[in-house]
Design a binder for this molecule. Structure first.
Ligand code: PGA
Length: 263
C-alpha cells in the first residue's frame, strides 16, 4: 500500500507562500527521478479553499484536497462548497471530520455520513478523520469513540455498497490531544488504535479493510515520522504544523521513502 503524506495547511498561507512551497516541492520531486513512486510514497496537500485553484493549476505532483465540504450537491448554503464543485475544479479529494471542524463548526457524525457518501459518489478521495479527546482517553473511552465515529460516518456509504470507488476511502486517526501540541501518540498508542480501526473496517467493509490506508495525525514531524510510519498499520501521515514549511514536509516524505525502501 502507498504511504500517503498529507499536508493540512488549515487556515494558513497566501498565494505567494503557496507558489513558493509548491514550486520547491515540484523541484524536489522532479530531482528524484520517480523514486517517490518506487518507494511507494504518495503526496497530498490540503490548502485553504482560496488556494485550491492555484494548487491544481500548479501541476504539483500531489493530490490536491479540500479541507471540508458540504454534503448537498447544490443549494442555499451560503459559504459552503460541494463535492461536484470540488471535482469541477480538478480537486482530487477532501478531508472530512477533522477535529477542528467537529469542535468549532459543529460537524456531526450524521453530517459526515452524508459527506463521505457524496465525496465518494463524486469520485473524490475521502479522508475521514477520527480520534478521541483527552477526557475520552482518560475515561477509557478512546476505542469506543473511534468505533462510533467510524460506524456512523460510514453507514450510508456501506449501505450504498459496491457502486462506490472504495479505493478512494482513507481514514486518519488523529487523537485530539496530539493535534498541535507537539505531543504525538506513542508508537504503541498509534498502532493499537490503528488495529482497532482496521478491525472496524473489517466488520464494515471486509473486502476493502486490508487496502484502506489508515493515516496517523497529531504532531508528526521529521524527527518522529520514520518511527510512526514504520508501524504495521500506519499507512501514512496527516500533518498540520510541520507541513507548513516545505523543507519540513519534504523531511517527512523522505522518512516515508526510507520506510518504503526497507519494505
Ligand atoms: P499537527 O496537526 O500536525 O499540527 O498536530 C495535525 C492535524 O490537525 O491534521
Amino acid at each position: 500500500m502507498q504511504t500517503m503524506i498529507v499536508a493540512n495547511w488549515k487556515m494558513n498561507k497566501l498565494r505567494s507562500d503557496a507558489v513558493d512551497f509548491l514550486s520547491t516541492l515540484t523541484e524536489w520531486v522532479d530531482s528524484l527521478d520517480d523514486k517517490l513512486g518506487e518507494y511507494g510514497v504518495g503526496l497530498a496537500i490540503a490548502p485553504p479553499a482560496t488556494l485550491l485553484d492555484l494548487a491544481v493549476e500548479s501541476n504539483v505532483p500531489a493530490c490536491i484536497m479540500a479541507q471540508t465540504m458540504h454534503e448537498a450537491e447544490f443549494g442555499a448554503f451560503t459559504g459552503e462548497i460541494s463535492a461536484p464543485m470540488l471535482a469541477d475544479l480538478g480537486v482530487g479529494g477532501v478531508v472530512l471530520g477533522h477535529s477542528e471542524r467537529r469542535q468549532y463548526f459543529n460537524e456531526t457524525d450524521v453530517a459526515l455520513d452524508a459527506k463521505v457518501l457524496s465525496a465518494l459518489r463524486h469520485r473524490l478521495f475521502a479522508l475521514l478523520c477520527v480520534g478521541e479527546s483527552l477526557d475520552e482517553r482518560n475515561a477509557g473511552q478512546a476505542e469506543a469513540v473511534v468505533r462510533r465515529q467510524l460506524a456512523t460516518a460510514l453507514r450510508s456509504s456501506v449501505d450504498a455498497g459496491a457502486t462506490l470507488p472504495w479505493k478512494r476511502l482513507m481514514i486518519a486517526y488523529e487523537p485530539v490531544w496530539a493535534i498541535g501540541t507537539g505531543e504525538a501518540a506513542t508508537p504503541k498508542q498509534a498502532q493499537q488504535m490503528h488495529e482497532v480501526i482496521r478491525a472496524v473496517l473489517n466488520e464494515l467493509l471486509p473486502e476493502h479493510a486490508a487496502t484502506t490506508p489508515i493515516l496517523y495525525g497529531g504532531s508528526v514531524k521529521p524527527e518522529n515520522a520514520k518511527e510512526l510510519l514504520s508501524l504495521p498499520d500506519v499507512n501514512g501521515a496527516l500533518i498540520g504544523g510541520a507541513a507548513l514549511d516545505v523543507d519540513s514536509y519534504i523531511g517527512i516524505a523522505k522518512a516515508g521513502m526510507v520506510v518504503g525502501a526497507a519494505v
